[in-house]
Each structure stands twice: as C-alpha cells, then as structure tokens.
Design a protein around this ligand. Structure first.
Ligand code: CA
Length: 310
C-alpha cells in the first residue's frame, strides 16, 4: 500500500507539471516585445499524442532511435539526447509508468516516465544522457522498463575525434559565444550538437545571445586543428511559431581563423530563410565564427540552432 501511495504521489506530481505546462503556454511574442525565452524548456516537458489502441492491454516502451551516440569530453551543457516514450494499447485509460535506467557512470535526466494515458495514446519526453569526465569508451546500456516489458537502447561512448561527423568538422567541437541569455536553456555548445531542429526552442537546442538590440554578436567554433574548409551552413531559429523571417538572423559574416587571423570568407545579407549555405574559396582554418550583424523582426537577438562546417 505504501508503494501504491508513493507511486500515485509521483504520478500526480508529474501530471500536474504537464497540465501547468499546457496552461502556462504564452501567446506568441509580439514583434515589439520579443520574448524568446517564453516557452517552457522542452527537456522537462512530457508530450502526449493520440492514436488508435490495439486493445491488447500492453504498455510498450518506445525510443526515437535504436542507439544513442554519447560523445566523450563535450561541454556538459550539451549532453546527448534521445526521445523516449510509452504507448498504451490498453482498453481503458490508466497510468502508464516506466523506469529509466542507465549503466553507471552515465547519468540520465530522469529516473521515471509517467503519465495518465487514454487508450492508443503515446507519451514522449526528451532524455538527456550525461557522460562524466573519465568515462571509459564503450557501449553502455539504457533501459526503459515497464512492469512487463523492457526496451534496451545501446549508448555508445565515443571521443569527439572518432565521431562519425558526416564531414561536418564543427560537430561537437568547443564553442564560445559573445554572450548567452540565461532565462532559459540557450548554451553556445548547442550550435554544434548535431541537432538542426528548431523544435523545442529554449530547451537547449540553440543559442540566444544576451544583448538585446545590440550587435555584433559572435559565436566561434574551434575545429580541433587546422582543417581545409569551403562551406558553412547556418540554421537559424525557424518554426511555425517563431519563423525565421521574424526571429531568425538577417545579416552575418562568416569568418575563418587562418594563421591566427580572422578572415571574412562569406557574407549574408537580408536573409529570411531558416537555413543558409555559404560556399567560399577553400581556406585552412582552425576555427570558424559567425559574426551576427542584425536579426529579423524586432532586430533584437541572435538565435542560431546549428552551424556546420565542411
Ligand atoms: Ca543544435
């Protein structure tokens, strides 16, 4: 009975969080009063979406990928992330709960996933998996366990130098920025975390500077040694709610650090798109930076989701 009470208390607390998150969702910010941090951080929210129940009674743990690559030695503000969830094929609504377990020394951002679920519904949440310094390379276990089923997702701990970067030499390299907005989660390292999606803005997937209506703002990525590069792709904030033509970066210079000197290798002006590719004559550089000169709409902040360098 004590177990049941504790479980119900935990469930109630989480359901309350979900309801509050929904109720507190603010109206879109107006151009004159931009509020880039007004969305609740997505990393702590649980999303529920409808579906059709198979009526089997099963509660199935699900994950957004069949494995997770967790780089070793990266900024702890940008841990590896994976979507996890539960699907209810029950005949009736009820509480769905799974335990989240990860092999030490890795740590997970939640120990439990739980929500009230109607039949056929799925719940999902972001799980952050941190790799403490000194962790040995190798494959670790991540398990999502219900009372009857367990989903295993292997977590591969790999040093940055051996990541499969798809040719993007900026992936998971050290990032520094001129400033960082601190009223939500906008770490500079998020521009090199391999996640190009703007969804879940303010939840750690992109960088927002801290100096409203003051430019330039800069974000620099060290490339881990001298690399020949000729292309930079910039992903600025661009969602249905926060479209690039109102909230994205408008004007910027792309600079490469060559022999200790910053050189401008490309310039973008008047942008309204979410993604911009800049090609330039090859240079051998050990760092790249974006110098933001203006943003769209209220021209208030620089918001960058990802920078890829090839
Ligand atoms: Ca990102």
């Amino acid at each position: 009975m004590r177990h049941l009470t504790a479980a119900l208390a935990a469930t109630t607390a989480l359901v309350t969080t979900v309801l509050l998150t929904t109720a507190a969702t603010p109206a879109p910010p107006s151009p004159s009063l931009p509020s880039p941090a007004s969305e609740p951080p997505s990393s702590v929210s649980v999303k529920v979406r409808p579906g059709t129940s198979k009526g089997s009674g099963a509660l199935t743990p699900i994950a957004g990928a069949d494995r997770l690559v967790a780089p070793l030695g990266v900024d702890p503000a940008c841990p590896a992330r994976i979507d996890i969830g539960l699907r209810s094929d029950a005949k009736k609504a009820g509480y769905a709960t799974a335990a989240v377990e990860v092999d030490p020394p890795l740590t997970a951002s939640r120990a439990m996933l739980t929500s009230y679920l109607p039949p056929g519904y799925e719940l999902s949440a972001k799980l952050l998996v941190a790799v403490p310094p000194g962790t040995a390379e190798g494959t670790y276990g991540l398990r999502l366990r219900t009372s009857t089923r367990t989903l295993e997702v292997p977590v591969e701990v790999v040093p940055v130098d051996r990541l499969d970067n798809g040719g993007n030499v900026a992936l998971r390299r050290p990032v520094t920025a001129s400033s960082q907005h601190t009223n939500a989660n906008y770490p500079p390292c998020s521009v090199a975390d391999g996640d190009r999606s703007s969804n879940g803005w303010a939840g750690g997937n992109g960088w927002n500077d801290a100096t409203a209506r003051s430019f330039p703002d800069t974000v620099a990525i060290a490339l881990g040694g001298a690399r020949q590069i000729s292309r930079v792709d910039l992903y600025t904030l661009d969602t249905e709610r926060y479209p690039a033509y109102r909230y994205g970066v408008r004007d910027w210079d792309v600079q490469a650090q060559v022999g200790g000197q910053w050189q401008t290798v490309a310039q973008v002006r008047g942008n309204t798109a979410g993604t911009v590719r800049s090609d330039f004559a090859p240079v051998t550089a050990d760092a790249v930076r974006v110098v933001a000169l203006a943003s769209n709409g209220a021209n208030d902040y620089t918001r960058i989701i990802e920078v890829e360098v090839r």
